[in-house]
Design a protein around this ligand. Structure first.
Ligand SMILES: *[C@@H]1O[C@H](CO)[C@@H](O)[C@H](O)[C@H]1NC(C)=O
Length: 278
């Protein structure tokens, strides 16, 4: 322990000390180890993992030792959000050039400096608008850079922007803080072209409740990951918020009924809803 931490311990008691232990560096290292584990197909490279790990794939309990991390996947693009307030991370992983295309979203929660909960969403061919080439193409053009401290939104403002967007699916009277420009990346489809006229307030379905929302928020990049049930479908909505307004929206929607564990991501079940016809 550093001298400074010891001073903090003395001055503020154990609460301040334990809160201070969840640093961005720790979260970054852990999230990077997730990318290494997925690339190698070796769950043991993810560190540090709690003995009492709560592990889920597509919102169903699964066996961590036999899950998607046992599949070596070429990762073309990854991006982390680091939430030091909750001690949690969100990672978007895109694989377009490997044997099988994947886009994964992973929320990890930490307790006592070990991963205690992992929620992984696995999308591949057959999922809603899925196109990993498209996802990679658009995601790598977007700017999710660190926002200068004086220009950052609070966690509350960032979450409120996400909630407004999620609420409008069931209540058209909600005022959503649309940014202009704003672009939505859904599966692999893009609502814009990366230009100044891109808009997000187009073609939003109605009459759908987006429930059971779990947030990971990183104010330094204005990002919020929301895992939710889209009606009954496992879904991820991630937002980049700039000056209180929506700039980017990324969605992953799991349509295929897959087995967990060993077969995760390898079986092609019939979805409960059909993707739109081409
Ligand atoms: C997937 O996205 C790429 C890049 O945007 C595009 O060229 C391609 O036509 C798309 N494929 C399908 C099947 O829509």
């Amino acid at each position: 322990m550093h001298t400074l931490s010891l001073l903090a311990l003395g001055a503020f008691g154990p609460l301040a000390a334990s809160a201070a232990e969840c640093t961005r560096e720790f979260l970054q290292t852990s999230a990077d180890s997730l990318v290494a584990a997925q690339t190698a197909g070796d769950p043991s490279l993810l560190t540090p993992v709690s003995e009492a790990l709560d592990y889920r794939e597509n919102f169903a309990e699964a066996d961590f030792q036999a899950g998607i991390l046992t599949t070596a996947i070429t990762i073309d693009h990854s991006r982390h959000s680091l939430d030091t307030t909750q001690c949690a991370t969100y990672t978007e992983l895109i694989s377009a050039t490997g044997a099988e295309p994947y886009v994964l979203g992973v929320q990890m929660y930490f307790t006592d400096n070990a991963v205690s909960k992992i929620d992984t969403l696995i999308t591949t061919t057959g999922d809603w608008l899925f196109n990993a080439t498209g996802t990679l193409h658009w995601a790598s053009q977007e700017e999710w850079a660190t926002i200068p401290e004086e220009a950052r939104d609070s966690r509350e403002v960032i979450q409120a922007a996400a909630d407004a967007y999620c609420d409008i699916f069931s209540d058209k009277s909600v005022e959503v803080p649309w940014g202009y420009p704003c672009a939505r990346l859904e599966g692999g489809a893009y609502t814009g072209n990366g230009g100044p006229d891109d808009k997000c307030d187009v073609g939003i379905p109605s009459g759908v409740a987006l429930t059971d929302r779990r947030y990971v928020i990183d104010e330094t990049v204005g990002a919020v990951s929301v895992f939710l049930s889209f009606a009954t479908i496992p879904d991820s909505h991630e937002f980049r918020v700039e000056n209180g307004k929506l700039r980017f929206v990324h969605t992953l929607t799991v349509m295929s009924a897959r087995g967990n564990g060993k077969s995760a991501g390898r079986r092609r079940g019939r979805g409960i809803m059909s993707p739109p016809s081409k």
